[in-house]
Design a protein around this ligand. Structure first.
Ligand SMILES: O=C(CO)[C@H](O)[C@H](O)COP(=O)(O)O
Length: 210
């Protein structure tokens, strides 16, 4: 099981500062959608250059032109690029085809997918690398999480790795770990803590025990 740190509400300098603190405890660093909106793919490039040993995920949440947008993210240094599960199969196919050219990976985010199980089975057959259940900020504000969804997709996904994101904290991590995803994605559960290093270290310890 791997741990991904999601960076959303910082600029490039802030992102570098947090990663410097916690790099030894994370497997993947995510350049979140808000950073890409604010800073562009320069943020991906800057983090990959500063931390070449870390796997960098660009959370573009691609909805169209999968091949082209994956190509641009990979050119900037991304190792994994996200595509929305609600997008067309052709978009996901294009993203997978482009990523495979350079041995990079595609994570499909099932945020706002209505029939989680059916779509997970479909995108699994398209050859994606990760399938992620995700309660976004707006759903978190309504008190929702994706813990049950993770169990649901694990019953149908045969080849992709599974991931979970959305409001995971130290207090809820044990519940997530029981469901045994391949990847746990944590943003505010680390960045929102006064001691980010301690939070990341404890999360890594729990994830490693799984
Ligand atoms: O993609 C995102 C929001 O759309 C976030 O990166 C993801 O939800 C993880 O952050 P947090 O743990 O703070 O919810």
């Amino acid at each position: 099981m791997k741990l991904q740190l999601a960076l959303d509400l910082v600029d490039i300098a802030g992102a570098k500062e947090i990663v410097s603190e916690v790099a030894e405890y994370i497997d993947i660093v995510e350049i979140g959608t808000p950073i890409v909106i604010n800073e562009g793919l320069h943020a991906v490039k800057a983090i990959k250059e500063a931390f070449p040993a870390l796997t960098v995920l660009a959370d573009l949440k691609i909805m169209d032109a999968g091949g082209y947008e994956v190509m641009k993210a990979v050119e900037a240094g991304a190792d994994i690029v996200t595509v929305l599960g609600v997008s067309d199969d052709a978009t996901i196919r294009g993203a997978v085809e482009e990523a495979k050219k350079t041995n990079k990976e595609v994570l499909v985010d099932l945020i706002n997918v209505k029939d989680i199980k059916a779509r997970a089975a479909e995108v699994d057959a398209l050859g994606v690398d990760y399938i992620c259940v995700h309660s976004g900020y707006d759903h978190q504000a309504e008190g929702k999480n994706s813990f049950a969804d993770l169990n649901a997709i694990k019953s149908v996904v045969k080849r992709a790795k599974t991931a979970i994101a959305g409001g995971i904290k130290l207090s809820t991590l044990p519940e997530v770990i029981v469901a045994n995803p391949d990847l746990v994605i944590v943003g505010g559960g680390i960045t929102g803590e006064a001691d980010q290093k301690a939070a990341a270290a404890e999360m890594k310890r729990l994830v490693n025990q799984a």
